[in-house]
Design a protein around this ligand. Structure first.
Ligand SMILES: [Fe+2]
Ligand SMILES: [Fe+2]
Length: 352
């Protein structure tokens, strides 16, 4: 039987071209196939290198920390998308949604391109810094010391554990937990908080290639968020319709948010107070922004009852804990540890 008509008017036999995931797939094909190497060729590295050289050491440190969080984060989401999300999209609770599985291929492609952009950009513009990449072949290298030292690495570990478990069990509640940490927290709060910070710092450090790349990345992430909200909404709707195996989905989403939202403070610490905020990102502005995002994602988009003040309070508490810890010392410890494992001497300028 032919499926119904889409915006473009095409119909198909096996694919539902009126599906919202078909639409996302098609948008991904149109918009998500920007070519990272072509962007490097077209915009070039020269201007970014010149601006990078002109920055103060503290300003460079702030940008390097911010991009380090992105690099390790993009790597982790790319791995978990290809290993686990693809299998989750094929779970029975999504009703053999072929179009969602099609969309996931575009999703995974874009995550790997984000890693590609960041890894090459950091190497070409900021110089050789990452001496930790060969330590853990399974994950493509040890985490960058600042990511490990702030505790941000834990959210990526949690994402890996929850997506792996959900891919294995294909249980709706496990899937709700996995998608919450992946789409709502890592993509929805951390990455979007990061985009906000990149925008803000570009007033003081206008790096044209970096800004170009991040425009593409944030557009891609917008589609990823739409997918996450749609998938979670479907699970919530089935719970509200009384389907037995979906009971507990909403509570699981709330629990995962409260448990993991302090990661926002770990990420924020890396580029605000930790480095005296020379590029004027301002942690309190970031918190406000995150508060609005939480309202939009959980209360409005998912129609859950989330108190954003409670959440922001948890982030602020974690931020205070970070301020009371000696993160610089922890960075040195991780760096020394990694370098001992590789059997190399300590880098002169401290690396990332
Ligand atoms: Fe990404
Ligand atoms: Fe993403």
């Amino acid at each position: 039987m032919s499926q119904s008509t889409t915006q473009s008017g095409f119909q198909a036999e096996r694919i539902d071209t009126s599906s919202k995931w078909y639409d996302l797939f098609q948008k991904g094909v149109e918009l998500g196939t920007w070519n990272v190497e072509k962007l490097f060729d077209e915009v070039g590295f020269e201007e970014d290198r010149a601006i990078w050289e002109s920055l103060e050491p503290g300003e460079r440190k702030q940008i390097r920390y911010l991009l380090s969080g992105f690099l390790d984060g993009e790597f982790a989401v790319g791995e978990d998308a290809s290993h686990h999300l693809q299998r989750i999209a094929g779970a029975p609770c999504f009703d053999d949604n072929e179009e969602m599985e099609m969309y996931m291929t575009m999703f995974t492609l874009t995550e790997h391109k984000h890693t590609q952009f960041l890894d090459v950009y950091m190497h070409e513009v900021m110089g050789e810094q990452d001496v930790f990449a060969d330590l853990n072949p399974k994950r493509g290298g040890a985490r960058i010391p600042i990511v490990q030292a702030t505790g941000l690495g834990e959210i990526f570990d949690r994402q890996g554990q929850l997506t792996a478990r959900a891919a294995h069990s294909r249980d709706p509640v496990d899937i709700a937990k996995a998608l919450t940490v992946y789409h709502m927290i890592v993509e929805g709060l951390l990455a979007r908080g990061g985009f906000y910070s990149i925008n803000k710092l570009s007033r003081n450090a206008p790096l044209p290639l970096l800004n170009h790349g991040f425009k593409f990345i944030s557009t891609d992430e917008g589609r990823h968020m739409t997918h996450g909200v749609e998938a979670l909404s479907e699970l919530i709707a089935k719970e509200r319709a009384g389907e037995p195996e979906f009971q507990g989905v909403s509570q699981a989403i709330v629990d995962v948010l409260y448990e993991n939202v302090p990661a926002v403070a770990d990420f924020g610490y890396m580029f605000t107070d930790a480095v005296d905020d020379p590029l004027e990102i301002n942690f309190n502005d970031l918190l406000m922004r995150v508060g609005h995002l939480i309202d939009g994602q959980f209360n409005e988009a998912l129609d859950l009852d989330m108190d954003h003040r409670t959440v922001v309070g948890r982030v602020a508490d974690r931020h205070q804990e970070c301020l009371e810890r000696d993160i610089d010392d922890a960075v040195r410890t991780y760096r020394d540890l990694y370098q001992r494992k590789r059997g190399v001497e300590a880098a002169a300028d401290g690396g990332r």
